[in-house]
Write a new protein. Structure first.
Length: 129
């Protein structure tokens, strides 16, 4: 429930800011884990397996947090990267970004879905048939 409150909501920018804060927190947890690994683990009597498990977990947390952090910063600084739409065609879906073009051949059906959370502007050309 706490994760839904933290990352839920309709305002995508606010959700990205919350994810950014959560990833900074996880990055700090990973950094503390790395410091502990280099400071405490070598002098301990942990087996090689336990030491490998520890460093793997710490690096996994740190890498995941870093990737999420970079993604959030990119999306917050480049709002045009968040603009997207889907076109459902008879045999699947096609993702569209600003500047893309979609052609629906005569006799086929399609539908346009705005899944960006913002306003969608499009230009439609329907040729005389």
């Amino acid at each position: 429930m706490a994760l839904i409150r933290l990352f839920g909501g309709k305002d995508y920018t606010q959700r990205l800011k919350h994810q950014l804060l959560a990833s900074v927190g996880l990055l700090l947890v990973g950094a503390v884990g790395l410091v502990c690994y280099f400071w405490l683990v070598p002098d301990s009597e942990l087996t090689d397996f336990a030491q490998g498990f520890y460093i793997g977990a710490v690096l996994g947390i740190t890498a995941g947090a870093l990737i999420t952090l970079v993604r959030c910063v990119y999306l917050l600084k480049n709002p045009e990267a968040r603009q997207r739409a889907k076109v459902k065609v008879e045999d699947g879906e096609e993702l569209l970004k600003p500047g893309d073009c979609h052609y629906c051949p005569k006799g086929h059906a399609h539908s346009l879905i705005n899944d960006s959370g913002g306003e969608l502007e499009f230009f439609a050309v329907v040729p005389q048939q």
